[in-house]
Design a protein around this ligand. Structure first.
Ligand code: AMP
Length: 289
């Protein structure tokens, strides 16, 4: 197990990935905000399969947090993160400070539509995706990877980034990776450390409800009553629900019962001071032949 090279400036990052590319090596980037768990590490392992060199960025991006959100208390565990990345075979870590990413005079933001305005996360975090897209665009332009890996855990984010890379002709392959879960189904998240014991015990209800709704839809139940049952179950477990929605998996537009495109169930809910999100595939009912 060799230690990843740690770079903190854009010039060092560019020099590192340029050296790899010059040696004919394919480079994959895994953008993160640190506080790494097995979900992040699964992205690094997927990156290893898709490229000869893997660089992970660790940057708690201030512009994707609203003033009332948890930027200041977001967990920061850099030394432990680097150990986990070394064990996973990551070659490099890019860990810039906010003033490297946003020097004085920084004035540019990417403006988004389509999946970024689907009425899901954007309805509750109106400035979030502009911050995400701008920092991800910067990271892609800085590192110039051949591929970049993003988790399906943040399903709307993945759709926003795919649209951005397509629309701006960014020369990178965007790869989506499956959600890693705890044994009881709770999606792994850096924010799970905020949960009290009682909240942690209630948290698997989100995934259990998604699964129950997906089963009902696959069995041919009507969409709206199924979602109403799911919403009631989540609220009964002590959550304040932001949304439980069934959407077209490609566009995130409301699901059409008569269509045949893939569907996705997406949820966001708050328990105590913690906001959790999750989503799963929702197979359509088998067609009668
Ligand atoms: P974050 O550090 O929360 O910004 O996440 C960095 C990347 O890890 C994003 O692409 C997330 O979608 C992905 N990710 C977060 N949680 C998980 C998980 N449980 N399984 C797989 N990927 C994840």
């Amino acid at each position: 197990m060799s230690e990843p090279i740690i770079v903190r400036t854009v010039a060092d990052l560019r020099a590192t990935t340029a050296r790899w590319r010059a040696a004919g090596e394919r480079v994959a980037l895994v953008p993160t905000m640190g506080a790494l768990h097995a979900g992040h590490i699964s992205l690094v392992r997927l990156a290893r399969e898709r490229a000869e060199r893997v660089i992970t960025s660790i940057f708690v991006n201030p512009t994707q947090f609203a003033p009332n959100e948890d930027f200041a208390k977001y967990p920061r565990t850099f030394a432990a993160d680097v150990e986990k990345l070394a064990a996973a075979g990551c070659d490099g870590v890019f860990a810039p400070t906010p003033d490297i990413m946003y020097p004085p005079g920084f004035v540019t933001t990417i403006s988004l539509d389509g999946p970024a305005k689907a009425g899901l996360e954007d309805a509750f975090r109106p400035t979030h995706f502009a911050g995400v897209a701008t920092v991800v665009a910067k990271l892609l332009i800085q590192a110039q990877p051949d591929a970049a890996i993003f988790g399906q855990k943040d399903f709307q984010q993945l759709a926003v980034i795919r649209a951005m890379a397509r629309d701006l002709d960014l020369p990178v392959e965007i790869i989506g990776a499956p959600t890693m879960r705890e044994a009881d189904g709770l999606a792994m998240s850096s924010r799970n450390v905020y949960l009290s014991a009682a909240e942690r015990a209630a948290a698997p209800t989100l995934h259990a409800t998604l699964q129950a709704c997906a089963r009902a839809i696959a069995a041919g139940e009507a969409f709206e009553p199924t979602l109403a049952d799911g919403r009631a179950r989540i609220e009964a477990a002590g959550f304040q629900l932001d949304y439980l929605e069934l959407r077209d998996a490609a566009t995130l537009a409301p699901a059409e019962p008569s269509g045949d495109g893939a569907l996705r169930l997406l949820v966001a809910a708050r328990i105590g001071a913690t906001r959790l999100i999750d989503n799963i595939d929702a197979p359509r009912p088998a067609k009668e032949s």
